[in-house]
Design a protein around this ligand. Structure first.
Ligand SMILES: [Zn+2]
Length: 80
């Protein structure tokens, strides 16, 4: 596994998710690489850059933090 600061969307495999935290309402979303690409991100986009490009559907604030994760997906953030 690559360190998170170096990981790009294209480095994530099946079963991998990107976890995004909302600083305002503590909503947590787990996004699949496929979902991120469907929203217009490129495979070369860095995972750590995603937080500032995603907006929380719960409160409209930008995401605060991201982490790679293996978990069940949920879709609570959309691209700005
Ligand atoms: Zn929120």
């Amino acid at each position: 596994m690559l360190p998170l600061y170096a990981a790009r969307i294209e480095d994530l495999g099946p079963g991998d998710f990107v976890k995004v935290d909302c600083a305002a309402c503590h909503h947590v979303a787990l996004l699949t690489p496929e979902a991120l690409l469907r929203q217009g991100l490129t495979p070369a986009a860095k995972v750590l850059d995603l937080a500032g490009r995603l907006r929380c559907r719960g409160c409209g604030r930008r995401g605060r933090a991201v982490a790679a994760a293996h978990n069940k997906p949920a879709f609570g953030f959309q691209l700005l």
